[in-house]
Ligand binder design. Structure first.
Ligand code: CS2
Length: 487
């Protein structure tokens, strides 16, 4: 019987492990959203920081809804295997930064205690774009978001990000404990400013004396995070077992590349994340726009077009010559909308992205990336499309991506088989029409999705509807091949 991973003793030499005594370091971070991305990114950087510079910076990880992560990690005392799948090899590493794995559902008192503890100096967050409950049109709370609705009705029994953090910041203030720094790590532009606006608006509605305090006294550094982390499959656990000789229910698989650009604003201190290669800057925005428009924009485009053309994985898309030509075109068009990014050569960045997407060892599903399109398209496709329009650049690359997404929102493949859309705006997006103009009008009527200036453009309307009509008439394969002609 293969033993479960529960300590680092007796692991094979090739498996890296924490280069510090875990128990010597207290908890300094509460992390909301204990998913694969956190385990492949911030927790690893913290592991490096603890080894390099020490400090009481271990992490109390919290799942707001699921109980699975805590069930997987707790018997392993927070240890898990990170499998790094580089283009030229696979490495396993056991990460020790997570001190406790909690679920709000089962460990509510412990979660609230951790949020109030004076030692908690940072609350970091990965809850995906839709998890926050921000109304994109106003920047305030989205009143139709289930957790916002519940927390506005019962602010003393919070369940969601805004409710929990406003509750905790209020309690800390009343007790004379300094506020923690709030560090959002999701793919939203200006994520620090967005979360500050969200919390301030939530406070205005539930504890008005806290609003100015949140705006003025709490730090919300913005961050750009990057590491491609496919959803875990049974193969991940089997591979972890082969590499470590341990059964590990919490193993994650990721690429070798990792990047973290962070606004350096931590009045309550921080781990030495630079030990892990994190870069601290005064303005993250140029890096965020670069990553969202190039990596994530190309990802969304290739996911919708690729999925409908029958490609299950990103690496399969990269074997499709016509689609690869469109990805290159997209990367160049997105790069042309950006302000200069300090120290970055954008054409090299584009080449590196193509190599990362083509990694044959990463089983990254197009269907995974396709999820939550309504939450991703604004910053990935529509914002750069608007910028391209203002600059007089061609709209074709963005129009193709938009059309592929709209085609995807119809919820059935080319063979007529339905698939789940997995989008919080599914009900608003769904339309029983096969008319391209009508489908576009219907989506553009949703506020906060497509910038009004773009939606009003005749050139945009024509560019999108022409492509969507072709996808509906000739199928995605035909539309891709036609689009790639002359590219
Ligand atoms: C992807 C991202 O699922 C998606 O939408 O585009 O998760 C992407 O893999 C990461 O942002 C890479 O850092």
């Amino acid at each position: 019987m293969i033993p479960r991973l529960a300590s680092t003793e007796g692991l094979p030499d090739a498996v890296a492990r924490p280069a510090y005594v875990r128990e010597d370091h207290g908890v300094g971070i509460v992390h909301l959203g204990l998913g694969a991305f956190h385990k492949a990114h911030q927790a690893v950087a913290t592991d490096d920081a603890l080894a390099a510079a020490g400090g009481d910076w271990r992490i109390a990880g919290v799942s707001l809804r699921s109980t699975t992560p805590s069930q997987e990690l707790t018997p392993q005392h927070g240890l898990y295997t990170l499998i790094e799948r580089g283009v030229d090899g696979t490495r396993a590493r056991v990460v020790g930064a997570i001190a406790a794995a909690l679920s709000l559902r089962n460990d509510r008192p412990a979660v609230l205690d951790a949020l109030l503890a004076p030692q908690t100096r940072i609350v970091s967050i990965t809850v995906t774009e839709k998890g926050y409950g921000v109304d994109r049109a106003t920047g305030g709370v989205d009143l139709s978001h289930p957790a916002i609705e519940a927390d506005l009705a019962a602010p003393d029994a919070p369940e969601g990000v805004a409710g929990l953090l406003v509750w905790a910041l209020g309690r800390r203030r009343a007790a004379g404990i300094e506020p923690f720094t709030v560090l959002p790590c999701d793919n939203l532009p200006d994520n620090g400013r967005v979360v500050r606006g969200l919390l301030a608006d939530f406070a205005a509605r539930t504890a008005p004396d806290l609003e100015d305090f949140i705006r003025g006294e709490v730090a919300f550094p913005s961050t750009m995070v990057d590491r491609i982390t496919p959803a875990r499959g049974p193969e991940t656990l089997a591979l972890a077992e082969t590499l470590t000789g341990r059964r590990d229910e919490a193993a994650v698989e990721t690429e070798a590349f990792t990047q973290w650009v962070i606004e350096d604003h931590f009045p309550t201190g921080r781990p030495a994340w630079e030990a892990s290669g994190a870069v601290f800057v005064s303005d993250v925005r140029p890096y965020e726009d670069m990553k969202l428009r190039m990596l994530n924009g190309a990802h969304s485009m290739l996911a919708y077009a690729g999925f409908l053309a029958g490609h299950a994985f990103v690496r399969d898309v990269m074997q499709d010559r016509a689609l690869t030509a469109l990805i290159r075109r997209h990367l160049a068009a997105a790069a042309a909308t950006l302000a200069p990014v300090p120290g970055v050569d954008l054409s090299r960045y584009a080449d590196d992205l193509l190599a990362r997407f083509a990694n044959p060892h990463l089983a990254h599903q197009t269907y995974q990336i396709a999820m939550d399109g309504s939450q991703k398209m604004p910053q990935r496709i529509f914002a750069p499309a608007l910028e391209a329009m203002r600059r007089g650049h061609p709209l074709a690359p963005f129009a193709f991506a938009a059309a592929a997404w709209l085609r995807y929102t119809l919820g059935r493949g080319e063979d007529g088989k339905p698939y789940a859309l997995r989008d919080p705006l599914e009900a608003s997006l769904t339309i029983a029409s096969t008319d391209a103009g009508e489908i576009l009008r219907h989506a553009q009527a949703i506020t906060g999705l497509v910038p009004p200036e773009l939606a009003a453009s005749e050139a945009w309307r024509e560019a999108v509807t022409q492509r969507l009509s072709r996808m509906l008439a000739d199928g995605m394969r035909g539309a891709i091949d036609r689009e790639a002609e002359g590219v």
